[in-house]
Design a protein around this ligand. Structure first.
Ligand SMILES: [Ca+2]
Ligand SMILES: [Ca+2]
Ligand SMILES: [Ca+2]
Length: 542
């Protein structure tokens, strides 16, 4: 809504209520993935359901990088085309299973443990039980961003997000120092002897814990990443004890997720206490009560992609990561603090009567709910934006320009330095075209973002232009017209009456029949001058 005024008109002050950034997206239909029917944790009607379809009103995570720090990932069709170049931080070649220490290939090599491994203690004395490979990283990543509506398997929560796979666990776990380096690298901080991460993530999912205080080095990594706007989503662990005993959940600034059972109660294994920020579905091993996600059929090394149900706080954390990826896709510049405020203000209450509802501080502040988050996000206030500018400005002229957002002066930046300049609140036209000034402000938990573009048309100077021919042309006669113009564009002549007179290649005018000869002269627009044309009429005679 901008009124056009001629150059020199009064400056306009316009008040604009900007349209909502997320103008009430539709609730999409249910996806066609066959296991969606088993993904109870994503349903609106579940006691603790994320509500996938309301979450998708934010979008599906396009453009958002989610780092999954885990056992690595297998080659799974649910991730096809969206796997970025991650890294393998497992420094212990014995645990790594790929024959070396750190490397650029974060493939999950399998983390199975044989009776021989246990007997030989090759993975350490803490590795006391045989097991098949867990495909843990693949399962976690599937919940966050498995492809949706591809007629296959499950639907991920942010199915267009990009996966940055980072391997930190091999056979029987990993080391804290590897995890710290991996976290730093994932968020774009430098790590010695590791190439720079070309695609840093704003979201880190860490579905693992170590029983330890939050070390100074780990807290420092969390602090540095937080300062960069990175959100670290971490599981609180499955030991049915105080979550504060486990890192990185006990670090200040991680977003810590406990597991909720189908009933909305705390899952019996989930760690608990004031170190838990919120809960999300982690399920239980009871029939139908676990979380189905991507997997591999291999009992040792990866063989064939598949799906499996697992329960744990490892499964709860990726539900939160997926929802945050969807929100960030809708508004990538939403500051970290505002994203977290939005989240904490809009958790769903635990179901009445559940053990989480009965004991405040047991399971965090509530349950993640895409529906509540979207309702709050779309109800944010549009800031009142006002600006004062002319609509049109002649070359060489200057005019004051200003903008306010909610009554506070806004900073304007110049987008078109070849057309105009901006200094001390005054814009000066340099060349014809459209001068664009911009003011942006990130959204917050309470307000929508602002993206104000002020356009000022610079029409270019009107060039002097004249064409002189004799009043009377004799048929057969050729004359040189006298042309004057101040335009820096070459003038062109054309005959509007080609049966009466013509313009030759040399620019001479020749009368060929008796009548009224109309000759047009025109100059095109240049950086300095506007286009202009005029037509003169001369009579021809024998
Ligand atoms: Ca390796
Ligand atoms: Ca590797
Ligand atoms: Ca799928």
């Amino acid at each position: 809504m901008r009124m056009l005024h001629r150059a020199g008109a009064l400056a306009l002050t316009l008040l604009i209520a900007l349209p909502s950034a997320a103008a009430a997206a539709e609730r999409p239909p249910a996806p066609n993935d066959p296991y969606y029917s088993e993904q109870w944790a994503l349903r609106a009607e579940a006691a603790n359901g994320v509500d996938l379809l309301e979450t998708w009103r934010f979008g599906q995570g396009a453009g958002i990088v989610v780092a999954v720090l885990d056992t690595g990932v297998t080659d799974h069709p649910e991730f096809a085309g969206r796997v970025l170049a991650g890294y393998d931080f497992v420094s212990d070649p014995t645990r790594a299973g790929d024959g070396d220490g750190r490397d650029a290939n974060p493939r999950d090599e399998g983390d199975w443990v044989t009776a021989d491994d246990v007997a030989s203690r090759r993975y350490g004395s803490g590795c006391s039980e045989t097991r098949d490979s867990s495909w843990h990283g693949t399962h976690v990543a599937g919940t966050i961003l498995a492809a949706a509506n591809n007629g296959t398997g499950i639907a991920g929560i942010a199915p267009l997000a990009q996966l940055l796979p980072i391997r930190v666990m091999g056979n029987c776990g990993g080391s804290l120092s590897d995890l710290i380096d991996a976290m730093r690298w994932a968020g774009g901080l430098t790590v010695p002897e590791v190439p720079e991460n070309p695609t840093p993530a704003k979201l880190l999912n860490i579905s693992l814990v170590v029983e330890s205080a939050c070390s100074a080095a780990l807290q420092s990594a969390v602090d540095e990443l937080s300062a960069r706007g990175v959100v670290i989503v971490t599981a609180v662990g499955n030991e049915n004890t105080e979550a504060s005993r486990f890192a990185p959940a006990n670090c200040i600034g991680t977003l810590t997720v406990g597991a909720s059972a189908v009933s909305g109660d705390r899952a019996p294994y989930s760690n608990y206490g004031t170190a838990v920020d919120l809960s999300a579905p982690g399920g239980t091993d009871a029939r139908g009560g676990a979380i189905v996600s991507a997997y591999d059929e291999g009992r040792t090394i990866p063989t064939q992609s598949s799906y499996a149900s697992r329960a744990g706080t490892s499964m709860a954390a990726p539900h939160v990561s997926g929802v945050l990826a969807a929100i960030l896709a809708a508004e990538p510049d939403l500051p970290r603090a505002d994203l977290l405020t939005l989240l904490f203000r809009n958790l769903a209450p635990f179901p009445a009567g559940s053990n989480c509802a009965q004991r405040v501080g047991l399971c965090g502040g509530g349950l993640i709910s895409g529906a509540r988050l979207y309702a709050a996000f779309s109800a944010r206030v549009a800031p009142l934006v006002a600006y004062s500018a002319v609509a049109e400005l002649a070359i060489g002229a200057s005019t004051p320009v200003s903008a306010t957002i909610d009554g506070t002066a806004a900073t304007l930046t110049l987008e078109t330095p070849t057309i105009c300049s901006l200094a001390a609140g005054s814009v000066t036209a340099i060349a014809s075209g459209t001068c664009i000034l911009r003011s942006t402000r990130a959204g917050s938990a309470a307000t929508q973002p602002v993206n104000l573009g002020i356009t000022i048309v610079v029409p270019g100077n009107t060039p002097a232009l004249s064409l002189v021919l004799p009043q009377l042309l004799k048929v057969g006669m050729r004359v040189d017209p006298v042309i004057t113009t101040t335009s820096d564009a070459p003038p062109t002549l054309t005959s509007r009456t080609p049966r009466i007179c013509k313009v030759g290649a040399s620019g001479r005018v020749r009368a060929i029949a008796v009548g009224a000869c109309k000759i047009r002269i025109e100059v095109a627009a240049t950086a300095t001058y506007a286009a202009r044309k005029l037509t003169i009429t001369v009579r021809t005679s024998r």
